[in-house]
Design a protein around this ligand. Structure first.
Ligand code: NAP
Length: 245
């Protein structure tokens, strides 16, 4: 498979890219740090990626970087079957309430610009006759929750967009997969106290790769979060207000 990846230099993205490399996929990495990208590319070649892993500059906060990056990927791979987006930004509710600039950047990165990137990726995939768009959202988008109001709102919007995209374009061959991780131990959550059911990037990557192969439109990872969120989704507002979750 020919895979374009935004966010493979760390965390769950790196774990998923390594699994793809191990099975011999062709990979092209997009990101904002040239040195990190090159290091990751060489690492994926060692893990078995098919051919040279190419890289291009793409910053989720700079919409104008999207088109040249996707075009470079398309040229190098001579097509694309899968586009994965794991890039995203996290900050605590307290930090986001206190810092206007950080709040602006997080809402831009996690909703508006991820959607803008997906819209461009969608064109390339549909032009090639279809493919898979796999994007990481979050369980934080499933319900308005006190500790993650702003981050959760961005991810809620993203999850709805991705669901709609799948409804509209699946018949034309574009499979859209929304990944909803619970708490996973990565650089994003470093320093936070892991809650029960905290996952590891490798475990999440295995679940997500299976979903990509099967075209499963919605993935909770670790899978237990599907059942946790099922309960949370139906809790009355009065209960949500009282609990700290
Ligand atoms: N970890 C969790 O508990 C958790 C839970 C729910 C959802 N998620 C979501 O899952 C996804 C992956 O999370 P993770 O924990 O694996 O994160 P991570 O370890 O922090 O990795 C994030 C990746 O995104 C890239 N990135 C960040 N900002 C970028 C930008 N402006 N332009 C381009 N690339 C950028 C990072 O590259 P740089 O090195 O350049 O920053 C890195 O490769 C995110 O969307 C996150 O919101 C995570």
């Amino acid at each position: 498979m020919k895979v374009v990846f935004l966010g493979a230099t760390k965390g769950m993205g790196r774990a998923l890219a390594r699994l793809m490399a191990q099975r011999g996929d062709r990979l092209f990495l997009l990101g904002r740090d040239h040195e990190d990208l090159e290091k990751s590319a060489r690492d994926l070649e060692v893990h078995g990626a098919d051919g040279e892993v190419g890289t291009a500059f793409c910053d989720l906060l700079e919409v104008q970087s999207f088109a040249p990056a996707l075009e470079k990927a398309q040229q190098k791979l001579e097509g694309m079957d899968i586009v994965v987006v794991t890039a995203g930004l996290f900050a605590s509710q307290e930090q986001l309430e206190a810092d206007d600039d950080l709040r602006h950047r997080l809402l831009l990165a996690d909703f508006t610009n991820t959607v803008q990137f997906c819209e461009q990726a969608r064109h390339w995939l549909l032009a090639a006759g279809g493919g898979t768009l796999c994007v990481f959202s979050s369980v934080a988008g499933e319900r308005g929750r006190k500790p993650v109001i702003l981050y959760g709102a961005a991810k809620a919007g993203l999850s709805h967009y991705l669901e709609g995209l799948d409804h509209k374009f699946r018949e034309q061959g574009l499979k859209t997969i929304v990944v909803k991780p619970g708490f996973v131990k990565t650089s994003m959550t470093a320093g936070l106290k892991p809650p029960p059911f905290a996952g590891e990037p490798d475990g999440v990557a295995r679940v997500v790769l299976k979903a990509i192969d099967n075209g499963t439109p919605e993935v909770f990872a670790p899978p237990i979060w599907r059942w946790v969120m099922l309960v949370i989704r139906y809790l009355p507002r009065a209960v949500m207000r009282r609990i700290g979750f």
